[in-house]
Ligand binder design. Sequence first.
Ligand SMILES: *Cc1c(COP(=O)(O)O)cnc(C)c1O
Ligand SMILES: [Zn+2]
Length: 427
Amino acid sequence: MLNDKISLDCITCDKSYGYDYSDFYCECGDLLEVKFKSLPDLSKEQIRLRSTNFASKVQSGVWRFKEWHLDLEESSICSRNEGNTNLYNSSLLSEYTGINQLRIKHEGENPSGSFKDRGMTTAISMAKLLGYKAVACASTGNTSASMASYAASCGLKAFVFIPEGKISFGKLSQSLAYGAHTLQIKGNFDDALDLVQEICKRKGIYLLNSLNPYRIEGQKSIFFEMMQQLNYKVPDWIILPGGNLGNISALGKGACELFEWGVIDKIPRFAVVQAQGANPFYTMMSSRAHHLEKMTPETIATAIRIGNPVSWKKAQKIVTKSKGYVTQVSEEEIIEAKVMVDRSGIGAEPASCCSIAGLKKLHNQKVIQANESVVAVLTGHVLKDPDNNVKIHTNMDSPFYNGAIKLSNNTDEIETTIDKLLLDSSC
Ligand SMILES: *Cc1c(COP(=O)(O)O)cnc(C)c1O
Ligand SMILES: [Zn+2]
């Protein structure tokens, strides 16, 4: 069945493999991606009906679009009803970035708290379908949290490879709690990714990093769901953080396919934001180099603390094709944007806030105009990185200080303090 619908094709040469090919690389060394053999049969009306079909797995914000990514029988789907994330307006963030028509797609509202759930539900369903008993990934935190959750819910053994000491507490605690075997590896994320690939090959374990093309397929649904929410009116720009560059590759692939299939009338421009301390894609694109130079990454935005992004070729294609843009933001810009995102009441982890920091910058640089429509993707939940939340707001020297006020249990003293705060127009 699936063999009639899709194949795994090389992104560079013209080799093609079956959907169940056991490697994610072509013989030529480049990555594979899912190609559709014919026009998928799915109407907007079907999507609308599935959205309210609460008894079914196709109510999921991923699986209601299944003909557009991975068309499995319901019985083969391992889902936590992911997706269905909000698309917010925020006057505060519009003002901050200078963009009037700004919408915020909050992917931190997925079941495990990041967009990774969208690609995990498709790739782990494929793991089951192919008969694997164990799955593994290297992770800066969110992929492992997501994989651990899905593996637990569908009865697979899970092995998580994390870089030593460079992972936020919220994320690590999820892996442990969901029961994944967590292996802490010396070195950074890029080292862990090399190791896990080798181990998966040796042990016949299914790899769930975003070089797995079925991760990318599920993540396309961020774009699909956004389109449904916008009544299929394509925004001028979509802006998102870039780490391993799987997400930009996914949204870009989804947009190109919907355009090709006649569902939408244009491809949005894609802007990718990297942290200055983990900016190999920015460096490559801004110097018009043909190859990516890996680097040693360092940033507060641990989810994108990646120096050798595996999907750079896919990302380069979509940025070029969509007349997009790649920018970078400093640690200070990330923190300031995070304070704004959090104060808006929406809240997100540091890496997510690169979208907002980058948007403000691109507006200031006149790359994005005030009256253009923009969707900024927030990728992870505010509770993913509680340490940084506390750090930012309890440092007395910080302009963002908002530490707890210590008082005795005396009503008069509390009242006096509250009176002062009620009168203070600066907070
Ligand atoms: C994984 C992740 C990213 C980066 O996505 P890539 O696909 O690696 O570019 C950004 N933000 C958060 C919160 C993430 O978990
Ligand atoms: Zn090839």
